[in-house]
Design a protein around this ligand. Structure first.
Ligand SMILES: *Cc1c(COP(=O)(O)O)cnc(C)c1O
Length: 351
């Protein structure tokens, strides 16, 4: 692959306060761009992060052919920049692409592009251990046409930016029993833009009641737990770690997979099975619901402080008492920052 490189005249890095990085507002100097035309990817370039020009009739703006990924790179104890399971993200981008009738893009091509991009913007990878470089690859339809059809042309862009913690306090979540994020046969297992747009209104209603996020339930009975916000969700019931199985309504999270792998490796009883609200309530009443937390790239492991259901709040034990999730979180952090052996081969060097 030939990548045309056009560098910025002057970096913007000195404008960033690396001791206090918000999530998702700072963007590194460059972005990678590829265009899909006549059935193939080409026009590869790394160029200054900035505006892109399109006409009002661009298909992707109207009918939702947009998909994305989110992953992170870390600067480890030796100062090396390591990406966390990047191939899994690029594979999942292609799973989303298939579902949304968009072209796949080779994983190797994206890996090469990411390495080039990281080399150029390596100074943007933060050094502190609660920060990282967030990487956002995405793809959208670019045909200029108003009929509803799969686009013939697409653009794939990848840009990065330093990020600090996504949530800074434990979450209050509300069980959603009216609205639905994803239905069987729908697009819930794809990271496609529309899933998130549709979730904003019910989330806003919960936020007006004082909650941060929703705990989504199944679309048929609103009885079984699915996800929380844009994270997979896990519970500690007694000594077991329980999480709903992925499928076409639950996104196959890479953090989820990593946490389950680590938990099993630590000898924890891991159960992937359906969990009803009734089960959660009865575990809570018996004092067996010891922990609940969201897992995702952006939020990593986000403790849930309370779960609101039909006007009642299930208040979980203080975060400091949650030994199991803290042990897993500590292990995951140690792997990411190269402090312990990476025995699952998750870290990939940028070089
Ligand atoms: C991205 C995402 C997740 C988390 O996936 P990771 O691979 O762990 O980042 C969970 N649920 C939804 C709906 C998501 O979009």
């Amino acid at each position: 692959m030939q990548i045309k490189v056009d560098r910025v005249a002057k970096t913007r890095i000195q404008d960033v306060d690396f001791s206090n990085i918000p999530f998702g507002r700072e963007f590194a100097d460059h972005m990678f761009v590829a265009d899909y035309v006549d059935g193939k990817w080409g026009g590869f370039s790394i160029q200054p992060y900035g505006k892109m020009m399109y006409t009002p009739a661009m298909l992707g703006l109207h009918y939702g052919q947009t998909i994305f990924e989110g992953m992170k790179a870390y600067r480890n104890a030796n100062g090396e920049v390591m990406m966390f399971r990047p191939m899994d993200n690029f594979k999942r981008l292609n799973v989303s692409a298939e579902r949304m009738c968009m072209p796949t893009i080779p994983v190797d091509l994206m890996m090469e592009a990411l390495r080039e991009l990281l080399k150029i913007d390596v100074a943007w990878v933060p050094t502190s251990t609660d920060s990282s470089l967030y990487i956002r690859p995405f793809m959208f339809a670019t045909d200029e046409f108003l009929g509803v059809k799969p686009s013939d042309k697409y653009r794939c862009v990848m840009f990065t930016g330093p990020v600090g913690p996504y949530y800074t306090t434990p979450l209050k979540v509300m069980v959603e029993d009216t609205y639905t994020r994803a239905a069987k046969g729908g697009t819930g297992s794809a990271k496609s833009g529309g899933n998130y747009g549709g979730a904003l209104y019910p989330t806003k209603l919960a936020q007006q009641k004082g909650y941060h996020q929703l705990l989504w339930t199944d679309s048929i009975e609103h009885k079984y737990i699915e996800e929380s916000g844009t994270m997979n969700v896990m519970f500690q019931i007694g000594d077991s770690l329980v999480t709903p199985p992925t499928g076409d309504t639950i996104l196959k999270g890479i953090t989820r997979d990593s946490v389950l792998t680590l938990a099993a490796d630590l000898g924890i009883d891991v159960q992937e099975r359906r969990i009803s609200i009734d089960e959660l309530k009865s575990a809570y009443d018996k004092g067996q619901l010891l922990d609940a937390f969201g897992v995702g790239t952006a939020a990593t492991i986000a403790p849930i402080e309370l779960i609101g259901y039909k006007g009642q709040d299930l208040v979980l034990p203080p975060v400091a008492q949650r030994k199991m999730s803290q042990l897993i979180a500590k292990e995951l952090t140690a792997i990411r920052y190269g402090e312990v052996e990476d025995k699952f081969g998750w870290m990939v060097s940028m070089n």
